[in-house]
Design a binder for this molecule. Sequence first.
Ligand SMILES: [Mg+2]
Ligand SMILES: [Zn+2]
Length: 163
Amino acid sequence: MGDRAAVKALFLDRDGVINVDHGYVSRVEDFEFVPGILDFIKTAQKKGYLPIVVTNQSGIGRGYYSCEDFEKLTDHMLEKMREAGIEIERSQVFFCPHDPDEGCACRKPMPGMFLEAAEKFGIDMKNSIMIGDKPSDIEAAKRAGVGRTFLVEKNQGVGELKL
Ligand SMILES: [Mg+2]
Ligand SMILES: [Zn+2]
């Protein structure tokens, strides 16, 4: 047995999975949850999964919106999630603010955000799940050792996906 209890995570991409991806969503008024996703996360949490958001936000690096805009939108998202009965803290949201040209280690398909989360929460990656809408989401998760990955269609929800 390890020193700490194994935590299994439900890793979620944001744009296209949690909220409808209209392209560089940065304002509260443009933030719209994908149908069914809140119930899905809530159910996953009941089954013992820790929700973790891992999102590329190159709109910051490209100068389309600021870190502050992102944080404001994150506060809004978390508030709505909590209203829906999901227990989630700001520390469970990881984002990459970099422009792709920066070649950072956190922009998916690089696994940086997953590894940071694993370290922070002591996540059992093999028993964790990733849901993304782009091949780069899945690639990043696999590089980080996430056991199960699901590529869903952008903005369409998770359908009949059972954990
Ligand atoms: Mg996406
Ligand atoms: Zn980055």
